[in-house]
Design a binder for this molecule. Structure first.
Ligand SMILES: Nc1ncnc2c1ncn2[C@@H]1O[C@H](COP(=O)(O)OP(=O)(O)OP(=O)(O)O)[C@@H](O)[C@H]1O
Ligand SMILES: [Mg+2]
Length: 316
């Protein structure tokens, strides 16, 4: 599997006017982003996400460590720059321009001209579903439309890597879903996506791998399957009686909710699906549904960040 972004022992210290005011924003970060994946880069406010992104883009210099992008260490080179699209956090574009004007402006910054520029503007507008509004002024755009133009802007140079800092913040659920679908479509086209976000449900839905950062230190990294622990089974049954409920509770099964003869049960982790079916058969319970419950990304985030901040408090 090709690695498109690699950082090795990357550090960033923002120097204050006094040594004691220095902020060690990123500590020995080792990160590998693979070709064609959606990578969710997570962490609470101030954990170092934007700092990392700015260093990847060559907008900030690392204090120490190494960054390789597409096999090259020279981030300043035009070839590398053209291959990374970037949508900044809270991107702002001038209101008095039309959608298509923004895109040609950015296209020209990449050296595109004439027919090639027009073609690229067309293609990106098409990709983000904004052809219909290309001639309208940005001041008349909704937040979702602005974000699409932002994405088109990031795609104008036909990059291999797309870095998005909080791409769905402030969008309504429909606009969010649209942007999410679009990101998945971009992955299908072979673009690697690095997404920093606080929208954990969305990240969970689309990311191949995630990393969680806390106070500049990487806490965990992996696929959802690797990171989210399997929780207990839950099942819905019919023909529940007080007597049966009591016998189930003896086996460590929790009767979570009971309305009439129907009940929702939570099974301890040691019981398998097969055990659950047997339990129902033995008690003449009618089994309506059975499903495993996995930890959510939000639960993982709270768990990881919670224990990192606890161990920091102990150390202090
Ligand atoms: N220009 C700067 N000068 C000094 N300190 C900075 C500067 N930029 C960021 N920091 C500090 O570096 C740390 C990491 O900030 P960063 O913006 O990278 O976090 P973030 O994870 O992107 O947070 P958020 O989720 O709020 O966007 C914070 O403590 C922040 O205060
Ligand atoms: Mg940030």
């Amino acid at each position: 599997m090709t690695t498109v972004i690699r950082t090795t022992a990357l550090n960033k210290i923002y120097e204050g006017s006094l040594r004691s005011q220095d902020v060690h924003a990123l500590k020995d970060l080792n990160l590998e982003i693979r070709e064609g994946e959606i990578f969710g880069y997570l962490g609470p406010n101030g954990s170092g996400k934007t700092t990392t992104i700015k260093m990847l883009l060559g907008l900030l210099f690392p204090t120490s460590g190494k960054i390789e992008i597409l096999g090259s260490e020279a981030i300043e080179s035009a070839k590398i720059k053209r291959n990374i699209g970037y949508l900044p956090e809270g991107a702002y574009y001038p209101d008095f321009l039309r959608g298509e004007e923004i895109l040609s402006y950015y296209g020209r910054l990449y050296g595109l001209r004439g027919a090639e520029l027009n073609k690229r503007v067309d293609e990106t507008l098409e990709l983000v579903g904004m052809q219909h509004a290309r001639k309208r002024f940005l001041r008349g755009y909704s937040k979702g439309m602005r974000q699409r133009i932002g994405l088109a802007q990031a795609l104008i140079s036909d990059p291999k890597i797309l870095i998005l800092d909080e791409p769905t913040t402030g969008l309504d659920p429909i606009a969010r879903k649209d942007i999410r679908d679009l990101l998945v479509e971009l992955r299908k086209r072979g673009i690697t996506l690095l997404i920093s976000s606080h929208e954990l449900l969305e990240v969970e839905l689309i990311s191949d791998r995630v990393a969680i950062l806390f106070e500049g230190v990487m806490q965990t990294l992996g696929t959802m399957d690797e990171l989210l622990t399997q929780r207990e089974l839950s099942m819905t049954v019919e023909h529940m009686t007080d007597e049966i409920a009591a016998s189930l509770e003896e086996k460590g099964i929790v009767v979570e909710d009971r309305t009439g003869i129907r009940a929702l049960l939570r099974l301890p982790q040691k019981l398998s699906t097969y055990d659950a079916i047997e339990l129902c058969q033995a008690r003449k319970l009618n089994l309506l549904s059975i499903s495993p419950r996995r930890e959510t990304l939000e639960e993982l985030f709270v768990r990881i960040v919670g224990s990192a901040s606890e161990s920091r408090e102990v150390a202090q």
